[in-house]
Design a protein around this ligand. Structure first.
Ligand code: HEM
Length: 389
């Protein structure tokens, strides 16, 4: 029977990897009538499309709710380079390393506030509020959950426990974590920044606007997209990381015994279970791929999460191995659109995991029965109940 790709069902949500393996083995360049896309699952094919300028990121239907027409995400050259340039240097290794103390402080404060006697929902209390607080700080926008002026969201509930440490973050951990500041919040923030240029991401965008490198609409959209792109993906990734470490006690023990494995652990977890499963492109010319021809105008779904388990590239790919040496995963994509925030995400993951392990030596899952949410665009844990003691 011909293999089909029917994502987003409860079975697929619980385990997408079986369907990826079947596709890769039986029909790696698969035409899905239902999705109206070619579906690619081999590493080599995915990389070749993402690096091929005949495939455009523009004029595709928005994949994620924050995709907008005027940002780098859906722009082709030369606009793409122009839109990425103004903020690129803010995400370099040097720039992100300089943020480490503040990022550590945010994790510590969230844990101080959230810390219940013995258990916590890691998603609601740490992995979700953490990247949003980091990103708002980098943008130079006051956190609406802290200032109590959130648009399009319910105000935070009081924290369950007073940490007694005078934390600025009190209330964040228990606030509705999915709350997004709306566009108007960023518009107002930009207005304030226009009055007085500041040394932050909004300041950089406004410099580009003043130099006529970006229009006011592009500036606003880029601010929104930086906020959104840096949030949901990282939040889901951090929870995925902790879940798989706690589910694999041998790997957890190896990391605890040798903390220098933190970097390779992060890369392996990104390969094994990153939240951004698939990204789309549209052919701008007829392109031969394997035994197929992708015709001009046709859309392609590049399944990164399938490519990252391709046995042609990764030994024993279904196995989590934090000591894996060769790991050219593409969890952050590849080519000109490769994730701008990859270094920031890596640092956030590492700080969160390191802090959890050192702070809670007895950390464990309270249940194996976890619920996955999202879609084949972004998939992650809805919650993660853990015991701290
Ligand atoms: C673990 C967390 C993250 C994952 C798995 C992830 C994944 C990705 C992927 C797969 C792409 C490529 C999209 C495409 O080619 O169409 C991408 C692009 C992007 N990411 Fe991330 N991302 C993460 C965190 C972040 C963070 C923290 C930021 C911070 C701002 C960020 C900002 C962006 C931006 C702006 C782009 C578009 C780049 C471009 O089009 O040139 N991401 N990300």
């Amino acid at each position: 029977m011909a293999v089909t790709f029917i994502p987003n069902t409860p079975e697929w949500m619980a385990d997408p990897y079986t369907s990826y393996r079947e596709l890769r083995e039986q029909d790696p360049i698969h035409w899905s009538e239902a999705l109206g896309h070619w579906v690619l699952t081999r590493y080599a094919d995915v990389v070749s499309v993402l690096k091929d300028e005949r495939f455009s990121a523009a004029n595709r239907p928005p994949q994620r709710r924050w995709d907008r027409p005027t940002t780098m995400v859906t722009a082709d050259p030369p606009d793409h380079g122009r839109l990425r340039k103004s903020v690129r240097h803010r995400f370099s290794l040097t720039a992100i390393n300089a943020q480490r103390p503040r990022i550590q402080e945010i994790v510590d404060e969230l844990l101080d506030v959230a810390e219940p006697p013995g258990e916590m929902d890691f998603v609601a209390q740490l992995s979700r509020p953490f990247p949003r607080t980091v990103m708002l700080g980098l943008l130079g926008v006051p956190d609406p959950l802290l200032s109590g002026s959130l648009h399009e969201a319910t105000p935070p509930k009081p924290a369950a426990k007073d940490s007694g440490k005078g934390s600025k973050l009190r209330g964040v951990a228990l606030a509705p974590g999915t709350a997004m500041p709306g566009e108007r919040y960023f518009e107002e923030a930009l207005e304030k920044h226009r009055e007085e240029l500041t040394d932050d991401l909004l300041g950089e965008l406004l410099k580009a606007e003043a130099g006529r490198e970006m229009s006011p609409e592009e500036v606003l959209d880029t601010a929104v997209i930086l906020y959104a792109a840096g949030q949901e993906t990282t939040a889901k990734m951090i929870a995925n990381c902790l879940y798989h470490l706690l589910k694999n006690p041998d790997q957890l023990a190896a990391l605890r015994a040798d903390p220098s494995l933190l970097e390779s652990t992060t890369e392996e977890l990104l390969r094994f279970e990153a939240p951004a499963h698939a990204i789309t492109r549209r052919a701008t010319a007829d392109v031969a791929l394997g035994e197929e021809t992708i015709r001009k105008g046709e859309k392609v779904l590049c399944i990164l999460a399938a490519a990252n388990r391709d046995p042609e590239v990764f030994d024993d790919p279904e196995r989590l191995d934090i000591t894996r040496e060769s790991n050219p995963h593409i969890a952050f994509g590849t080519g000109i659109h490769a994730c701008l925030g990859a270094t920031l995400a890596r640092v956030e993951i590492q700080i969160a995991i390191e802090t959890m392990l050192s702070r809670y030596p007895k950390l464990r899952l309270t249940t194996d029965d976890v619920e996955w949410e999202g879609s084949f665009i972004i998939r992650g844990l809805a919650s993660l109940a853990i015991s701290l003691s």
